[in-house]
Design a protein around this ligand. Structure first.
Ligand SMILES: NC(=O)c1ccc[n+]([C@@H]2O[C@H](COP(=O)([O-])OP(=O)(O)OC[C@H]3O[C@@H](n4cnc5c(N)ncnc54)[C@H](O)[C@@H]3O)[C@@H](O)[C@H]2O)c1
Length: 292
Protein backbone atom coordinates (compact mmCIF):
# COMPACT_ATOMS: atom_id res chain seq x y z
CA UNK A 1 0.00 0.00 0.00
CA UNK A 2 1.53 3.30 -1.07
CA UNK A 3 0.81 6.39 1.01
CA UNK A 4 0.14 9.44 -1.15
CA UNK A 5 0.47 13.17 -0.76
CA UNK A 6 -1.72 15.33 -2.98
CA UNK A 7 -0.08 18.70 -3.60
CA UNK A 8 -1.84 21.65 -5.23
CA UNK A 9 0.53 21.36 -8.20
CA UNK A 10 -0.68 17.77 -8.80
CA UNK A 11 -4.22 18.96 -9.61
CA UNK A 12 -3.67 22.36 -11.27
CA UNK A 13 -3.94 20.86 -14.76
CA UNK A 14 -7.74 20.67 -14.34
CA UNK A 15 -8.02 24.39 -15.17
CA UNK A 16 -10.26 24.74 -18.23
CA UNK A 17 -11.41 21.09 -18.19
CA UNK A 18 -15.06 20.03 -18.42
CA UNK A 19 -16.32 17.54 -15.86
CA UNK A 20 -19.71 15.80 -15.77
CA UNK A 21 -20.58 14.41 -12.36
CA UNK A 22 -23.48 12.87 -10.49
CA UNK A 23 -24.45 13.37 -6.87
CA UNK A 24 -23.05 16.91 -6.84
CA UNK A 25 -25.69 18.45 -4.57
CA UNK A 26 -24.29 17.15 -1.28
CA UNK A 27 -21.29 15.63 0.46
CA UNK A 28 -18.38 14.33 -1.63
CA UNK A 29 -19.95 15.43 -4.93
CA UNK A 30 -20.53 18.98 -3.68
CA UNK A 31 -17.02 19.27 -2.21
CA UNK A 32 -15.60 18.01 -5.51
CA UNK A 33 -17.69 20.50 -7.47
CA UNK A 34 -16.39 23.38 -5.34
CA UNK A 35 -12.77 22.23 -5.70
CA UNK A 36 -13.10 21.82 -9.47
CA UNK A 37 -14.57 25.32 -9.79
CA UNK A 38 -11.74 26.74 -7.64
CA UNK A 39 -9.28 25.02 -9.99
CA UNK A 40 -10.88 26.75 -12.97
CA UNK A 41 -12.77 23.76 -14.39
CA UNK A 42 -16.37 23.75 -15.63
CA UNK A 43 -18.83 21.35 -14.00
CA UNK A 44 -22.09 19.87 -15.26
CA UNK A 45 -23.79 18.35 -12.25
CA UNK A 46 -26.65 15.86 -12.30
CA UNK A 47 -28.53 15.18 -9.09
CA UNK A 48 -32.04 14.34 -8.03
CA UNK A 49 -31.85 17.16 -5.47
CA UNK A 50 -31.16 20.84 -6.25
CA UNK A 51 -27.65 22.30 -6.06
CA UNK A 52 -27.08 24.60 -3.08
CA UNK A 53 -24.51 26.76 -4.94
CA UNK A 54 -24.35 28.78 -8.16
CA UNK A 55 -21.39 29.62 -10.39
CA UNK A 56 -21.01 30.80 -13.98
CA UNK A 57 -19.01 27.64 -14.83
CA UNK A 58 -21.53 25.33 -13.10
CA UNK A 59 -24.59 23.83 -14.81
CA UNK A 60 -27.22 21.84 -12.93
CA UNK A 61 -29.31 19.23 -14.73
CA UNK A 62 -31.98 17.56 -12.61
CA UNK A 63 -31.12 13.89 -12.97
CA UNK A 64 -32.33 10.67 -11.45
CA UNK A 65 -29.37 8.40 -12.16
CA UNK A 66 -31.70 5.38 -12.17
CA UNK A 67 -33.28 6.77 -15.35
CA UNK A 68 -31.19 6.10 -18.46
CA UNK A 69 -32.89 8.98 -20.33
CA UNK A 70 -31.94 11.42 -17.53
CA UNK A 71 -28.29 10.38 -17.78
CA UNK A 72 -28.36 10.74 -21.56
CA UNK A 73 -29.70 14.32 -21.14
CA UNK A 74 -27.04 15.14 -18.55
CA UNK A 75 -24.22 14.28 -20.95
CA UNK A 76 -26.01 15.94 -23.88
CA UNK A 77 -26.26 19.19 -21.86
CA UNK A 78 -22.53 19.07 -21.19
CA UNK A 79 -21.71 18.44 -24.84
CA UNK A 80 -24.07 21.19 -26.02
CA UNK A 81 -22.74 23.80 -23.58
CA UNK A 82 -19.02 22.99 -23.73
CA UNK A 83 -18.50 20.97 -26.93
CA UNK A 84 -16.21 18.55 -25.11
CA UNK A 85 -16.09 16.42 -21.93
CA UNK A 86 -12.75 15.73 -20.24
CA UNK A 87 -13.82 13.67 -17.23
CA UNK A 88 -16.95 11.95 -15.90
CA UNK A 89 -17.37 11.29 -12.18
CA UNK A 90 -19.99 8.62 -11.32
CA UNK A 91 -20.60 9.45 -7.68
CA UNK A 92 -24.31 9.58 -6.75
CA UNK A 93 -25.07 7.04 -4.07
CA UNK A 94 -27.43 5.95 -1.33
CA UNK A 95 -26.97 3.96 1.84
CA UNK A 96 -27.99 0.31 2.17
CA UNK A 97 -31.66 -0.61 1.99
CA UNK A 98 -31.90 -4.41 2.14
CA UNK A 99 -31.78 -6.87 5.02
CA UNK A 100 -31.21 -10.30 3.50
CA UNK A 101 -32.07 -12.04 6.78
CA UNK A 102 -35.43 -10.33 7.09
CA UNK A 103 -38.58 -12.06 5.75
CA UNK A 104 -40.79 -9.53 3.99
CA UNK A 105 -43.95 -11.26 2.77
CA UNK A 106 -46.74 -10.31 0.40
CA UNK A 107 -50.44 -10.63 1.27
CA UNK A 108 -50.42 -14.34 0.40
CA UNK A 109 -47.38 -15.04 2.56
CA UNK A 110 -44.88 -15.37 -0.31
CA UNK A 111 -41.41 -13.91 0.13
CA UNK A 112 -41.05 -10.52 -1.58
CA UNK A 113 -38.03 -9.60 -3.71
CA UNK A 114 -35.52 -7.63 -1.61
CA UNK A 115 -35.09 -3.87 -1.98
CA UNK A 116 -32.51 -3.30 -4.76
CA UNK A 117 -32.25 0.50 -4.46
CA UNK A 118 -28.61 0.39 -3.32
CA UNK A 119 -27.68 -1.91 -6.22
CA UNK A 120 -29.60 0.23 -8.72
CA UNK A 121 -28.07 3.58 -7.65
CA UNK A 122 -24.62 2.51 -6.44
CA UNK A 123 -23.82 -0.05 -9.13
CA UNK A 124 -26.17 -0.13 -12.14
CA UNK A 125 -26.33 3.68 -12.42
CA UNK A 126 -22.55 3.95 -11.94
CA UNK A 127 -22.01 1.52 -14.83
CA UNK A 128 -24.52 3.46 -16.95
CA UNK A 129 -22.82 6.79 -16.16
CA UNK A 130 -19.41 5.35 -17.02
CA UNK A 131 -20.74 3.78 -20.22
CA UNK A 132 -22.20 7.11 -21.36
CA UNK A 133 -19.03 8.91 -20.34
CA UNK A 134 -16.87 6.52 -22.35
CA UNK A 135 -19.19 6.92 -25.34
CA UNK A 136 -18.65 10.69 -25.34
CA UNK A 137 -14.92 10.47 -24.60
CA UNK A 138 -14.43 8.00 -27.46
CA UNK A 139 -16.43 9.89 -30.05
CA UNK A 140 -15.10 13.42 -29.54
CA UNK A 141 -12.22 14.80 -31.54
CA UNK A 142 -9.59 14.23 -30.32
CA UNK A 143 -10.83 11.23 -28.35
CA UNK A 144 -9.79 10.88 -24.73
CA UNK A 145 -10.40 11.60 -21.08
CA UNK A 146 -11.11 9.75 -17.88
CA UNK A 147 -13.81 8.16 -15.77
CA UNK A 148 -13.73 8.29 -11.98
CA UNK A 149 -15.99 5.99 -9.98
CA UNK A 150 -16.95 6.38 -6.35
CA UNK A 151 -16.40 3.01 -4.75
CA UNK A 152 -15.79 2.93 -1.00
CA UNK A 153 -13.48 1.47 1.61
CA UNK A 154 -16.23 -1.16 1.83
CA UNK A 155 -15.20 -2.42 -1.63
CA UNK A 156 -12.27 -4.34 -0.15
CA UNK A 157 -13.62 -5.27 3.29
CA UNK A 158 -16.22 -7.38 4.99
CA UNK A 159 -18.87 -4.78 5.82
CA UNK A 160 -22.22 -5.75 7.25
CA UNK A 161 -24.45 -3.52 5.13
CA UNK A 162 -24.51 -6.27 2.53
CA UNK A 163 -26.34 -4.61 -0.38
CA UNK A 164 -24.12 -1.50 -0.16
CA UNK A 165 -20.99 -3.69 0.07
CA UNK A 166 -22.14 -5.78 -2.90
CA UNK A 167 -22.60 -2.65 -5.01
CA UNK A 168 -19.22 -1.20 -4.04
CA UNK A 169 -17.40 -4.48 -4.76
CA UNK A 170 -19.22 -4.35 -8.09
CA UNK A 171 -17.87 -0.87 -8.79
CA UNK A 172 -14.33 -2.15 -8.20
CA UNK A 173 -15.14 -5.15 -10.40
CA UNK A 174 -16.33 -2.88 -13.19
CA UNK A 175 -13.10 -0.89 -13.06
CA UNK A 176 -11.02 -4.07 -13.05
CA UNK A 177 -12.98 -5.40 -16.00
CA UNK A 178 -12.61 -2.20 -17.99
CA UNK A 179 -8.88 -1.57 -17.55
CA UNK A 180 -7.73 -4.26 -20.02
CA UNK A 181 -10.43 -3.17 -22.47
CA UNK A 182 -9.40 0.50 -22.32
CA UNK A 183 -5.72 -0.37 -22.61
CA UNK A 184 -6.57 -2.56 -25.61
CA UNK A 185 -8.63 0.19 -27.24
CA UNK A 186 -5.52 2.16 -28.20
CA UNK A 187 -7.32 5.36 -27.13
CA UNK A 188 -6.21 7.69 -24.30
CA UNK A 189 -9.03 6.59 -21.99
CA UNK A 190 -8.55 6.00 -18.27
CA UNK A 191 -10.69 4.67 -15.43
CA UNK A 192 -9.95 5.02 -11.72
CA UNK A 193 -11.85 4.79 -8.44
CA UNK A 194 -11.91 6.29 -5.00
CA UNK A 195 -12.44 4.47 -1.75
CA UNK A 196 -13.30 6.99 0.95
CA UNK A 197 -13.30 5.94 4.57
CA UNK A 198 -15.97 7.41 6.84
CA UNK A 199 -16.62 10.92 5.56
CA UNK A 200 -18.98 13.52 6.99
CA UNK A 201 -21.78 13.89 4.39
CA UNK A 202 -25.55 13.63 4.08
CA UNK A 203 -25.10 9.84 4.15
CA UNK A 204 -22.77 9.68 7.16
CA UNK A 205 -23.63 12.08 10.00
CA UNK A 206 -20.53 13.08 11.96
CA UNK A 207 -22.19 12.70 15.37
CA UNK A 208 -23.24 9.09 14.81
CA UNK A 209 -19.73 7.98 13.80
CA UNK A 210 -18.09 9.95 16.59
CA UNK A 211 -20.46 8.39 19.13
CA UNK A 212 -18.99 5.05 18.01
CA UNK A 213 -15.51 6.36 18.80
CA UNK A 214 -14.27 7.04 15.24
CA UNK A 215 -13.46 10.39 13.66
CA UNK A 216 -14.87 11.31 10.26
CA UNK A 217 -12.99 13.19 7.58
CA UNK A 218 -14.20 16.21 5.63
CA UNK A 219 -15.51 15.60 2.10
CA UNK A 220 -12.90 18.20 1.03
CA UNK A 221 -10.26 15.51 1.66
CA UNK A 222 -12.02 13.09 -0.68
CA UNK A 223 -12.49 15.80 -3.32
CA UNK A 224 -8.71 16.11 -3.67
CA UNK A 225 -8.43 12.37 -4.42
CA UNK A 226 -11.04 12.78 -7.17
CA UNK A 227 -9.10 15.69 -8.64
CA UNK A 228 -5.83 13.73 -8.57
CA UNK A 229 -7.39 10.74 -10.35
CA UNK A 230 -8.60 13.09 -13.08
CA UNK A 231 -5.46 15.21 -13.34
CA UNK A 232 -2.67 12.62 -13.24
CA UNK A 233 -2.56 11.03 -16.67
CA UNK A 234 -0.34 8.19 -15.42
CA UNK A 235 -3.21 6.88 -13.27
CA UNK A 236 -5.04 3.91 -14.77
CA UNK A 237 -6.99 1.36 -12.70
CA UNK A 238 -5.98 2.96 -9.39
CA UNK A 239 -8.03 2.99 -6.19
CA UNK A 240 -7.35 5.81 -3.73
CA UNK A 241 -8.38 5.10 -0.16
CA UNK A 242 -8.68 8.15 2.09
CA UNK A 243 -9.23 8.17 5.82
CA UNK A 244 -8.91 10.97 8.36
CA UNK A 245 -7.12 13.19 5.87
CA UNK A 246 -4.56 10.67 4.60
CA UNK A 247 -4.36 8.89 1.23
CA UNK A 248 -3.20 5.49 0.04
CA UNK A 249 -3.24 3.80 -3.37
CA UNK A 250 -4.69 0.32 -2.67
CA UNK A 251 -5.12 -1.45 -5.99
CA UNK A 252 -1.49 -2.18 -6.85
CA UNK A 253 -0.92 -3.87 -3.48
CA UNK A 254 -4.14 -5.91 -3.71
CA UNK A 255 -3.39 -7.09 -7.26
CA UNK A 256 0.21 -7.91 -6.30
CA UNK A 257 -1.04 -10.19 -3.51
CA UNK A 258 -3.19 -12.04 -6.05
CA UNK A 259 -0.43 -12.13 -8.70
CA UNK A 260 2.05 -13.55 -6.18
CA UNK A 261 -0.21 -16.62 -5.93
CA UNK A 262 -1.72 -16.81 -9.43
CA UNK A 263 0.95 -15.39 -11.68
CA UNK A 264 -0.29 -13.50 -14.75
CA UNK A 265 -3.87 -14.55 -13.99
CA UNK A 266 -6.96 -15.50 -15.96
CA UNK A 267 -7.10 -12.31 -18.02
CA UNK A 268 -3.87 -13.16 -19.83
CA UNK A 269 -5.48 -16.50 -20.81
CA UNK A 270 -8.69 -14.73 -21.86
CA UNK A 271 -6.65 -12.31 -23.99
CA UNK A 272 -5.09 -15.27 -25.86
CA UNK A 273 -8.46 -17.02 -26.25
CA UNK A 274 -10.05 -13.86 -27.65
CA UNK A 275 -7.16 -13.32 -30.10
CA UNK A 276 -7.49 -16.94 -31.28
CA UNK A 277 -11.26 -16.54 -31.63
CA UNK A 278 -10.79 -13.32 -33.63
CA UNK A 279 -8.42 -15.17 -36.01
CA UNK A 280 -10.94 -18.01 -36.41
CA UNK A 281 -13.79 -15.60 -37.20
CA UNK A 282 -17.49 -15.68 -36.22
CA UNK A 283 -17.86 -19.48 -36.44
CA UNK A 284 -15.05 -20.04 -33.92
CA UNK A 285 -17.30 -20.77 -30.94
CA UNK A 286 -18.63 -18.70 -28.06
CA UNK A 287 -16.72 -17.14 -25.17
CA UNK A 288 -17.79 -15.95 -21.72
CA UNK A 289 -19.01 -12.39 -22.15
CA UNK A 290 -19.58 -12.69 -25.90
CA UNK A 291 -23.05 -12.46 -27.38
CA UNK A 292 -22.49 -15.49 -29.65
N1 LIG B 1 -19.77 9.41 3.27
C1 LIG B 1 -18.99 8.34 3.35
O1 LIG B 1 -18.44 7.98 4.42
C2 LIG B 1 -18.71 7.55 2.11
C3 LIG B 1 -17.70 6.58 2.15
C4 LIG B 1 -17.44 5.84 1.00
C5 LIG B 1 -18.15 6.08 -0.16
N2 LIG B 1 -19.13 7.02 -0.16
C6 LIG B 1 -19.85 7.23 -1.43
O2 LIG B 1 -19.75 8.59 -1.80
C7 LIG B 1 -20.80 8.87 -2.74
C8 LIG B 1 -21.43 10.20 -2.36
O3 LIG B 1 -22.10 10.04 -1.10
P1 LIG B 1 -21.97 11.08 0.09
O4 LIG B 1 -21.35 10.38 1.23
O5 LIG B 1 -21.39 12.34 -0.40
O6 LIG B 1 -23.52 11.23 0.48
P2 LIG B 1 -24.55 12.40 0.24
O7 LIG B 1 -25.85 11.82 0.66
O8 LIG B 1 -24.09 13.63 0.92
O9 LIG B 1 -24.52 12.63 -1.34
C9 LIG B 1 -25.13 11.73 -2.23
C10 LIG B 1 -25.70 12.53 -3.40
O10 LIG B 1 -26.25 11.59 -4.34
C11 LIG B 1 -27.50 12.09 -4.75
N3 LIG B 1 -28.37 11.00 -5.21
C12 LIG B 1 -28.84 9.94 -4.50
N4 LIG B 1 -29.65 9.19 -5.26
C13 LIG B 1 -29.68 9.77 -6.49
C14 LIG B 1 -30.35 9.47 -7.70
N5 LIG B 1 -31.17 8.42 -7.81
N6 LIG B 1 -30.14 10.27 -8.75
C15 LIG B 1 -29.33 11.36 -8.66
N7 LIG B 1 -28.69 11.71 -7.54
C16 LIG B 1 -28.87 10.92 -6.46
C17 LIG B 1 -28.07 12.78 -3.52
O11 LIG B 1 -29.11 13.69 -3.84
C18 LIG B 1 -26.82 13.46 -2.97
O12 LIG B 1 -26.64 14.74 -3.51
C19 LIG B 1 -21.75 7.68 -2.69
O13 LIG B 1 -21.51 6.86 -3.81
C20 LIG B 1 -21.33 6.97 -1.42
O14 LIG B 1 -21.64 5.60 -1.47
C21 LIG B 1 -19.42 7.77 0.93
Amino acid sequence: MAALTIKDENIQSLTGKVIVLTGGSSGIGLATTKLLLELGASVVSGDINPLPIEHDRLTFVKTNVKQWSDLVSLFDHAKERHGRINHAFANAGVSGRADYLEDKLDESGKLLEPNHEALDVNLKAVVNTAYLGLHHLRHQDPAGGSIVLTASATCFQRFRIADYTTAKHGVLGFMRGMVPNLEGSGLPLRINSLAPGLTETGMVPKGVVEAAGHATQSPDVVARSVALLMADETYQGKLIYSDQGKYWEMEDAMLKTVADIMGAGDDSIMEKIMKMAAQRGPSGGSLPGSSN
